[in-house]
Design a protein around this ligand. Structure first.
Ligand code: FE2
Length: 583
């Protein structure tokens, strides 16, 4: 038996995964378990979960793959800090000092891991994997086609902030053919403007992406973004690093821009909850510049003969930009892994190590199955329900019953099977509603999410019917913004954005969350509409629910009408029970 533990730790997005004999048996983000959204705690709970799920202990692990290799690249990181210094002498000097500090992370990591060992047990070997190589492995090995190019783009790796790769079938993971050293970083420049707009970088970039669709071209906003980030005619981009405080660019709470830059980008943007037209326009200019930069990099690879792309790194969460890249001339296929973020780099680090050691690796089907988190059996679900005072009973057919509830206008919590790995709720921990109701977005926001309404909620649509409503035939991880058709605007207005786009999840016949697929089929049968509204099962500021108790707590504190906890239908009152059709 060969056991590999993959880790993302000691920064944002801590997570763990376990690969046993070439099978991905479990993966989970720490925030789902410790219940602190965007936690940076060491992933002790995640490690415990993935090992316990396989009935193993840390002493049974053969190798640990960590998603960062500071010491291995120490000399070159220092060299690059020096090389970048003329652009920002004081900032890069501080970055160089910080790099000394990161070397200590190795002993810290070993100390934290030792907690999971008993007396006398030895820590398995820890392998430090280049950060962008971990992102690359996560993207490449989960692609449902043979990719010939990859783009990894995030805030920063050890040195690189953006890496381009040319891939050859059957060959190992290559070195980058082109790369951009931190702080010449698309993720950092986007984060810096996110902060100027009153949001938190490394967290709220998706809000800025959403705001952008309300903006329009504005010379003042263009001028500000021009000063920070330019794209050259040859497709290369360049960040004005003199505007940054690079030593802060991993700390969301500290200013990422220098004083002069802050003055230059200042404006009447409102606070984050009530953005002004100036905020919309700055977001628009930023988003368009990011798209231009990513499309430019893509074209550089197309010019070298590449056609089939994979993209990883946190910036790949920008669903609008991913949609734009797909439209670049010459791009024939595009894949983004389930978790392109640093949480997913835990899996990528393990895959890169297995590849290096020539050990068996999980196949595409396993790496595209998001349902690898904690799951609970019926006894555990009923135990959670017992004694809490909610009315509940066991449905003969929960999928059918839930579909009837949704068709009757109820907003429900859907908790079934193992939790998703990655940022999106894809059928195991979801809030579901009727997409035909134009008021459903406001209702979910008032009752449950209490979030900014920059974008509508996403639809989960039967894959074979998707192209009637959206300009896509397959988009299984809700990672891409696509055009909605006139039919969609007419029939399912609640999932179509003001700019005529949507972010669908296409659900195939063999989707691992089989009950979720059947729920949509039942809703189709009942209404003639092959989709439901699907948003993650959480209230604002909290991670997606993980355990039955999390779900019951969310149900108790939100305005959800009904909760499905596996086969159990949980309601607030007798009236709802009388309306249930199958009990
Ligand atoms: Fe990353």
């Amino acid at each position: 038996m060969t056991v590999t533990l993959g880790l993302s730790a000691l920064a944002h997005d801590p997570a763990a995964c376990l690969i046993v004999d070439g099978h991905l048996v479990a993966a989970v983000e720490e925030e789902r378990l410790n219940r602190y959204k965007r936690t940076t705690d060491f992933p002790h709970r995640s490690i415990q979960f993935v090992l316990a799920h396989a009935g193993l202990t840390l002493a049974d692990v053969d190798d640990i793959a960590y998603y960062w290799n500071d010491l291995g690249q120490f000399a070159s990181t220092m060299w690059w800090s020096a090389r970048q210094a003329p652009g920002n002498p004081s900032g890069m000097a501080r970055v160089a000092r910080q790099r000394f500090g990161t070397v200590r992370a190795r002993s810290l990591l070993r100390r934290e891991l030792a907690v999971h060992l008993s007396d006398g047990q030895q820590l398995p070997p820890v392998h430090f994997v280049n950060h962008h190589l971990a992102h690359l492995a996560a993207a490449r090995y989960s692609a449902p086609f043979d990719p010939d190019a990859a783009i990894v783009v995030d805030g920063r790796g050890e040195i690189a902030a953006t890496s381009l790769y040319l891939l050859k079938p059957g060959a190992g993971l290559p070195s980058a053919c082109e790369w951009y050293p931190f702080p010449d970083s698309l993720g950092v420049s986007y984060g810096a403007v996110t902060q100027v707009l009153g949001y938190e970088p490394i967290a709220d970039e998706y809000k800025v992406m959403g705001l952008a669709s309300y903006g329009s071209p504005d010379p003042d906003a263009e001028r500000k973004i021009d000063a920070l980030l330019r794209v050259h005619p040859n497709g290369k981009y360049q960040v004005n690093i003199s505007m940054l405080r690079p030593e802060h660019c991993s700390a969301p709470g500290r200013p990422w821009l220098g004083d002069r830059a802050l003055k230059l980008l200042a404006g009447e943007y409102g606070d984050g909850d009530t953005p002004t037209p100036a905020a919309h326009n700055l977001a628009y200019a930023l988003q368009h510049r990011l798209e231009e930069a990513l499309c430019g990099l893509t074209r550089r690879l197309v010019a070298r003969g590449s056609r089939r792309f994979v993209i990883g790194g946190g910036v790949a969460m920008n669903a609008v930009a991913i949609g734009r890249i797909r439209g670049v001339d010459g791009v024939e296929a595009l894949h983004v892994p389930l978790a392109p973020t640093d949480a997913g780099a835990s899996v990528g680090a393990a895959l890169a190590l297995l590849e290096r050691l020539r050990l068996p690796m999980p196949g595409v089907q396993e790496l595209t199955n998001p349902f690898v988190g904690p799951g609970y059996n019926i006894a555990e679900l009923e135990q959670a329900l017992a004694g809490l005072g909610w009315r509940y009973w066991k449905c003969e057919d929960a999928a059918w019953s839930a579909a009837q509830d949704i068709a009757a206008g109820r907003i429900l919590g859907w908790f079934d099977g193992r939790m998703e790995f990655g940022e999106r709720a894809l059928g195991a921990r979801s809030i579901l509603a009727d997409p035909r109701d134009p008021a459903v977005r406001d209702r979910i926001n008032v009752l449950v999410k209490r979030r900014e309404t920059y974008r509508p909620f996403a639809p989960s649509v039967l894959e074979e019917n998707a192209s009637m409503f959206f300009a896509t035939e397959r988009s299984r991880r809700m990672g891409e913004i696509v055009r909605a058709t006139a039919l969609a605007a007419d029939v399912v207005p609640s999932v179509v954005h003001v700019d005529g786009t949507a972010r669908p999840q296409t659900v195939p016949k063999d989707w691992p969350a089989a009950e979720f697929r059947r729920l949509i089929e039942c809703f189709f049968e009942a209404t003639g509409v092959p989709m439901v509204v699907n948003t993650s099962f959480n209230v604002r500021g909290e991670p997606i629910v993980c355990s039955p108790m999390d779900a019951l707590q969310c149900f108790a504190t939100s305005g959800l009408d009904v909760l499905y906890l596996g086969p159990f239908r949980v309601t607030r009152d007798d009236a709802a029970r009388q309306n249930a059709s199958d009990d």
